[in-house]
Design a protein around this ligand. Structure first.
Ligand code: LLP
Length: 417
């Protein structure tokens, strides 16, 4: 990784020594590289160069305001899934026309607020939602721009919890029902059909599922347009994976070269293309710094107890996810590196961050948990009344705090005796 490397034995992000950040700001601490985010985005921009396109960052991956602002400044729109995410996008001055609203459970209040803000498109996920959205739009004297999220029924070959485009999960409308749904949408007074949408899953590391999904979507575009309903944009969702443990996902530009070849071959090269990447823009731009509190060697297992836990880094507990864990200071050559389970202080056996890791760690050392830019802070909780970590954004040799560490008193601010 170009933005994370050892210099004189010290782990640095861009031009900043991570040990220095841990010393000044404490741990656990999330640190992000702005250059890594901009570079990840640039791969998509190269892949879509010369096309009418819009990259809508799926902010659920990391919705911290400074990260959103960085991406908005680079021209990104946003894929949102709640009224809360809408307010975050508006708070950083995002162009409402570049906001798309996904999700299966939009409330009437969320729809009304998004209509009032003037968002670019609602990605509708059921027939019932079509009816309600039309009703809300009519009540506000508007026509809501919509896409229907279609389930292409391809296997993304990823973890079942994060695969979404197969039959039998709660997302989208079945391929076979899509045409009927479009006809219904076109007949509703409060809707204006603008596009088609799909999203097949997350942490996808193979191009094949994407290519198959594109073929299935283009088949539908042909059917829907033959029925007299023009499709102005094709939203191809997100889901491109990152390297957590030797994974080799296609590069975004190479993937889009292959996808665009299909789009062009089928004669749809003039349509606007939307994408909703999340993890691939921010995942490998972030690390979580955590201090070793205690070493607890045992008969069956050695435990390395650190000050970050499942409330800060929920992915291992939720998905048995693998994150690399490295020391901030390279150990001396020949230092012994026993095998540890790296675990947090939370009172659950599921609270682990890495298993069977060879580390030359001592109490007081600081470790970096890698690939922690996506779905970590945004999924963090206050379980065990643990304040959420602080976040720092690095740019060159500058580092600034973009979220203060929560204070314990913040945690009961809304409670009453
Ligand atoms: N669009 C839609 C409609 C989505 O549901 C998602 C993610 C994305 C875009 C962005 O996908 P990405 O490019 O980030 O893969 N918490 C899980 C991942 C959940 C993904 C949910 N949907 C994890 O930590 O692996």
């Amino acid at each position: 990784d170009a933005h994370l490397s050892y210099r004189d034995g010290q782990l640095c992000m861009e031009g900043v020594r991570l040990a220095e950040l841990a010393r000044v700001h404490g741990t656990p601490l999330f640190v992000y590289s702005s250059a890594a985010i901009v570079d990840a985005l640039a791969a998509y921009q190269r892949g879509l160069a010369g096309r009418r396109s819009l990259i809508c960052y799926a902010m659920k991956a990391n919705s911290t305001l400074a990260i959103l602002k960085l991406l908005a400044d680079q021209g990104c729109g946003f894929d949102i899934v709640s009224g809360g995410e809408l307010e975050r996008a508006l708070a950083v001055g995002a162009d409402p026309a570049k906001i798309i609203f996904s999700g299966i459970g939009k409330t009437r209040a969320e729809m009304a607020r998004a209509l009032q803000a003037g968002i670019g498109c609602f990605n509708v996920e059921s027939l019932a939602e079509l009816d309600v959205l039309s009703e809300v739009a009519v009540a506000h004297g508007q026509r809501a721009p919509i896409s229907i999220r279609v389930n292409p029924n391809v296997d993304p070959k990823t973890h079942p919890y994060i695969s979404t485009g197969l039959k039998g999960n709660k997302f989208g409308i079945a391929h076979e029902q899509a045409l009927g749904a479009y006809q219904r949408a076109a007949a509703l007074p409060g809707l204006r059909v603008v596009g088609i949408d799909c999203h097949i899953g997350s942490q996808i590391t193979e191009p094949t599922p994407y290519l198959e999904a594109m073929d299935r979507i283009l088949d539908l575009v042909a059917q829907i347009e033959a029925a007299g309903i023009p499709i102005h944009h094709i939203d191809f969702g997100g889901g491109l994976g990152i390297d957590y443990s030797g994974d080799t996902p296609p590069a975004a530009d190479a993937l889009w070269a292959a996808l665009l070849a299909r789009v062009d071959a089928r004669g749809y090269g003039d349509r606007q293309l939307l994408i909703e990447p999340g993890r691939s823009l921010v995942g490998n731009a972030g690390v979580c710094l955590t201090e070793v509190l205690y070493l607890k060697p045992g008969e069956q297992k050695n435990f390395c107890i650190v000050d970050a836990a499942m409330n800060d880094l929920p992915r291992p507990a939720l998905y048995q996810a693998f994150h690399r864990i490295v020391p901030l200071q390279l150990p001396r050559a020949g230092a012994s590196a026993p095998t540890w389970d790296v675990v947090g202080p939370v009172c659950e056996s599921g609270d682990w961050i890495g298993r069977d890791r060879a580390l030359a760690a001592q109490a007081g050392d600081v470790l970096a948990v890698l690939s922690a830019g996506a779905y970590s802070m945004s999924m963090a909780s206050n379980y065990n009344t643990r304040p959420r970590a602080a976040e720092v954004l690095v740019s060159g040799d500058q580092a600034r705090v973009i979220r203060q560490r929560e204070a314990v008193a913040d945690l009961w601010r809304t409670e009453q005796l």
